[in-house]
Design a protein around this ligand. Sequence first.
Ligand code: ADP
Ligand code: ZN
Ligand code: ZN
Length: 722
Amino acid sequence: MKRIVRLALPVPLPRSFDYLAPVDISPDDVGRMARVPFGSGEKIGVILALPDESAVDLARLKPLGPILREVPALPADWIALVQFAARYYHHPLGEAVAVALPPGLRVAALLDDRSADPWLTLTDAGRAALAAPGRMSRVRSLAERLFEADLPRSELVADFGSVAVREARQRGWVIEAHPRRDADLSGAPTLNDEQRSAVDAVWAQAARFSPFLLHGITGSGKTEVYLRLIERALAAGKQALLLVPEIGLTPQLEARVASRFPRARRVALHSGATDGARCRGFIAALDGSADIVIGTRLSVFSPLPRLGLILIDEEHDASYKQQDGLRYSARDLAVWRAQQAGVPVVLGSATPSLETWQAAQNGRYRLLKLERRAAAAAPPTVRLIDTRRIKLKDGLSPPMEAAIAARLERGEQSLIFLNRRGYAPVLACPACNWVSDCDHCSAHRVFHLSERLLRCHHCGTEAPVPRACPQCGNQDLHGFGRGTQRVEEYLGARFPQARILRADRDSIKTPAHWAALRHAIEAGEADILVGTQMLAKGHDFPKLTLVGVIGADASLFAADYRAPERLFQQLMQVGGRAGRAGLAGEVLIQTEFPEHPLFDALRRQDFAGFANSQLDERAQAHFPPCGAQAVLRAEALEVDQAIDFLKRAREAADPFADVVRLYDAVPMRLVRRARLERAQLVVEADTRAALQNLLAQWLPALYALKAPRGLRWHVDVDPIDL
Ligand code: ADP
Ligand code: ZN
Ligand code: ZN
């Protein structure tokens, strides 16, 4: 009889915990959740194994509490995935489990008896009703929810009430969904040769691990390739996982999946969904009833017993890397999963990350190219405006203004792109040099004119705009530099007849805002758009023919070695917005460095040239992907405490100094954040394996180091912001 149960518990310690098994324990309980006594309280953990022996004396083990048998057991490959993530990112296993499970899973599973809970789907009539203008109502919101994915009735009742569900059925907007896995190909384009050979190449490898880079500019038909691959996977009785950067920002993609597979069970998973929705989606994936899981980075942890295909859209997107807690890359974990499950994985992008590009160059990934735009339009022409000898007005040059005026005259749209929201980066007093610093961070608070606020973009704290200088009483405070609000204001004064829309994280706070804004743009209700990279992501704006870029120079010479890669990706992406529906597009970039090779490559739309020259530079510096990095960060009340901790950490790593490079402990560029002061220590190795080897031996030493009260530290493996 098995006597011992080993669990992962959500506590910040890098180990598992053993308990005494109840008499009715069975091997089927591995993967189940259970309550256990812990300290003076209780915790819920996941049963990892029923080992024969424990390092702890049996007499000292506490008995396990109740096993939550209502929740289906997590499969072994899921546990292996989370164990790998914990090991690779050097994060406590129990905390990794807590990240990978949707919050509240143990409760949600009790809520519904799924056999008596039919899934509902939107009918054509429901879709038509949504497309027509109408008042917001419960029934309408219910229909909007179903537009994303079919859902169990109980969930709709929980969120909208049974009256609304009944009403929606009576109107014929909603019916019971019978899962049908076939695609609705009415309205689907005939694949061109490049697309067809891409689909065939991937599906020829359907039964084994095979990674692909699908490289094609915006509009070259990548999404259509994804849809055809999903079709094949579903036809083979498999589940497909489609990872997207930010679900609220990619509703067009969701809508296309929905209309191509109207009767398949689709599950949408993202952090904006309610706990209940996330749990039900998770369980639908786990019990195999979901056919397609679309989701942001967290959905890489969906258990998928019939997994047959993984797709990663915009694989270069930074949002795939989690920036706190378990600092995982969903893209990298997805590739690991594909290998574990023996299935193909497709990484799609117009501007792949250098990591993925390198893998495609050296043959680890197969490169699939889409070189033509599927839907007519030619790539935009890129021109530079040399601003060295031009006087700018609120950041805009006369040629830029002329280009906007020409669009206004022709009834076309312009987009002014700059990556800085707010009105001005800083409010300052010209009399005494006071500046609007954040009290908690070593950063300025940004001046937001429309809300009359000073807001710190690092810690989020806000303060009202002072009427007079807090230091000398001068009433004439100025905003210096410019953000989207200021450009919007200037354009409003310069082109009073134009309708101007701003799109950044201040003006768009919910997916509904975003949907309304996109609708207004598509309907031609705006002439000039001002926005941050939020506008750069995959959307079709048929009347948009000019993209004007201002303020890009700052990224050319930034300290972060990834800045040029990001700038190129952003400019390429935002440029792809221009001229998609038969109208020629133009990208105008204001710069004081018109000879910079990055712009030259951009003008020729030469991603390969740019990427290869960047790879050469990285290879010389041994920077990733030509080497591996991790960073140890510490934060404390005073930066000296953090530095001191890192120095001792560095000494503990000295024995490995011949296989890895240990840099000095330095204060971070943004030293203070949210009252804490931060420092970091970068570690580099030639290979990931060498780095992992060091980390595995170093981490126990770090846990053993004495740290002053209030000091916190973490390791970030494969960091993307140094
Ligand atoms: P991407 O995902 O690379 O941006 P999409 O798949 O969204 O490209 O395709 C861009 C546009 O071209 C879409 O409107 C799509 O319907 C259309 N399209 C895709 N493939 C074809 C094709 N083979 N023939 C005609 N139109 C196509
Ligand atoms: Zn002053
Ligand atoms: Zn702050």
